[in-house]
Design a protein around this ligand. Structure first.
Ligand code: ZN
Ligand code: ZN
Length: 396
């Protein structure tokens, strides 16, 4: 490398300079020599600026590090050079932090910064215009009975969510004149970093530390919302739940989540369905299942039973000679499919179980004894009956 200038000389500070003085000096040098300030310059000017900026950055990377500074003070370039190029590039790797430190929080007191951002303000401003803020989603659960699921229902759900502040209209301040273009990024929302190393110069962007990427700062924030433009509200949202939904399903209600900062796009409300167990009916998909117990005589002679359906009680005929375990299918008495998911309405399956009495009167016993040898009471599996028993055997 060409002859190097003393780091203190480069920054124009005394050897006794404090950390703050060194920082200020580098700030000044960075402002002056940052290559972005010289984009309009001649090639020679650009080259000089780049070298000066590199030089100042290198000096600062050493003098701002107490350990390296101590070594430099004691051994000169040998003290830091011994750590070689990686140390140098490592220092520049942290340039982002340095710039955040320089142009971030303590920026306010420093004048003459104005021209610095002009080079990249134009490139970034289009980004600002297209940037859309999105509010967070809200997740909630709703409990539904099968009756509600059968028909679909409108539920009122209470949620706590961010809404635009009523006092400032979500702008974060009452006077639009209090919203200023962020001086750090010139409204771009991003700052450009030039990372220099021995191998050249690369440019990276990161979110502006002063405005958090918004491109604007509020000088007199609204008292109600503290400048965020958002307030917390407990609100009731009416949610239309379509018929046929199932436990665990999630409905997305667009735009009913948290409001976004800066009047952006609302988040969504995600409603997770929880099904309340029914006292009589069981559900599997769109089909419903019901089981009931009848007497031996009803099974033999036939009867009529009441089956609770979701839209009331239905009378169902049980044929004479119905076997225990027989299933009666009530077509279309199940649940509808959610529109867009499958088609058709499910069925209601009624399972008939026959109860065998344990205690009989002497007369009843005698009557049954007389029937014991009767042909009618000897098992004779007709095809229909066999199917019923086969089904029961399948299950167990
Ligand atoms: Zn900014
Ligand atoms: Zn407000």
């Amino acid at each position: 490398m060409a002859e190097k200038r003393d780091y203190y000389e480069v920054l124009g500070v005394a050897k006794t300079a404090t950390a703050d003085e060194i920082k200020m000096a580098y700030r000044k040098a960075a402002m002056k020599w940052h290559p972005d300030r010289w984009v309009e310059g001649t090639e020679a000017e650009k080259k000089t600026a780049e070298e000066k900026f590199k030089e100042a950055s290198e000096a600062y990377s050493v003098l701002s590090d107490p350990d390296k500074k101590a070594k430099y003070d004691q051994f000169g370039f040998a003290g830091v050079d011994s750590q070689g190029a990686p140390d140098f590039s490592g220092g520049f790797g942290n340039l982002e932090d340095i710039l955040r430190d320089l142009f971030g929080g303590s920026f306010g007191g420093f004048g003459g910064f104005g021209g610095f951002g002009s080079g990249f303000g134009t490139g970034g401003s289009s980004r600002t215009q297209t940037r859309v803020y999105k509010g967070r989603d809200i997740r909630t659960r709703v409990r539904l009975t099968l009756e509600e699921i059968a028909k679909g229902v409108e539920k009122e759900i209470t949620i706590e969510r961010n809404r635009p502040c009523p006092d400032c209209g979500g702008k974060g301040t009452k006077n639009s004149s209090d919203v200023k273009t962020c001086p750090t990024c010139k409204g771009a929302g991003q700052v450009q970093h030039v990372t220099s190393s021995l191998f050249g110069r690369t440019m990276t962007y990161s979110t502006c530390p002063q405005c958090g990427g918004e491109g604007k700062v509020i000088t007199n924030p609204c008292r109600t919302c503290g400048g965020t433009g958002l307030v917390r509200r407990k609100e009731i949202v009416k949610v239309k739940i379509p018929a046929g939904v199932e436990d665990g399903m999630q409905l997305t209600i667009r735009g009913e989540g948290h409001a976004a900062p800066h009047n952006g796009v609302n988040g969504d409300l995600l409603v997770i369905i929880e099904e309340v167990a029914h006292s009589n009916l069981k559900r599997n998909g769109n089909n419903l299942f019901y089981s009931t117990v009848i007497s031996v005589t009803d099974a033999i002679l036939g009867t009529e039973i009441a089956v609770p359906c979701l839209d009331g009680s239905y009378k169902v005929k049980v044929d004479p000679g119905t076997q225990s375990g027989a299933v009666i299918k009530l077509r279309g008495k199940g649940l509808p499919a959610v529109s867009g998911y499958g088609s058709g309405t499910g069925d209601l399956y009624v399972k008939i179980l026959v109860w065998i009495p344990k205690r009989l009167s002497n007369d009843e016993k005698a009557a049954l004894q007389g029937m014991r040898t009767s042909r009618s009471f000897t098992p004779d599996l007709s095809r229909d009956d066999k199917a019923v028993f086969d089904k029961i055997k399948d299950i167990y």
